[in-house]
Design a protein around this ligand. Structure first.
Ligand code: GDP
Ligand code: MG
Length: 163
């Protein structure tokens, strides 16, 4: 069985965009409106000779994305628990928001290793996003632009110990 990477994070950070880039097909719906990824999506990725499975999660999405109860959908919890590594995404342009911190606290309590990445980091947003992300306590984040395909090699290097 293939190693599993679960992409987690609050709505609109670019999880589905990254999923589509890693899997190489448009399997996940990308949308500006939070809450569009309703179901969990899985796909196979192949990066620099390594095959792994990617899960695009949506368990933190619902009508009120800033309230935690009800968002901890069983799907996302199960995905993170079965994963070899959780890829925790935040949004460089939006900066760190309370929901990111809550997800971070939840991830820290889980046994699955976490790789932190700051998406939408193209241009000047990246550096500021990286500085804010350090407050999550997962170390230095990977800078990514899922939309523009930047940072994928760094991401691969960070994931490699777990996949
Ligand atoms: P999800 O809710 O976390 O799955 O986020 P989506 O993948 O649906 O993306 C939400 C929005 O962010 C869409 O409008 C994407 O086009 C946009 N987006 C995703 N990745 C990037 C990126 O690297 N840079 C920028 N500027 N926008 C991005
Ligand atoms: Mg999505």
């Amino acid at each position: 069985t293939l190693p599993v990477v679960a992409i987690v994070g609050r709505p609109n950070v670019g999880k589905s965009t990254l999923f589509n880039r890693l899997v190489g097909k448009k399997l996940a719906l990308v949308d500006d409106r939070p809450g569009v990824t309703r179901d969990r999506r899985e796909g196979d990725a192949h990066l620099l000779g390594v095959d792994f499975k990617v899960i695009d999660t949506a368990g933190f999405e619902d009508e009120d994305p800033q309230s935690l109860p009800g968002r901890m959908r069983a799907q996302t919890e199960a995905a993170v628990r079965e994963a070899d590594v959780a890829l925790f995404l935040i949004d460089a342009r939006a900066g760190l928001v309370p929901l990111d911190e809550e997800i971070g606290r939840w991830l820290r309590a889980e046994d699955t290793p976490v790789v932190l990445a700051v998406n939408k980091a193209e241009g000047r947003a990246g550096e500021q996003g990286a500085i804010e992300a350090m407050a999550l306590g997962f170390g230095e984040p990977i800078l990514l632009s899922a939309e523009h395909g930047e940072g994928v090699a760094d991401l691969f290097t960070a994931l490699l110990p777990y996949i």
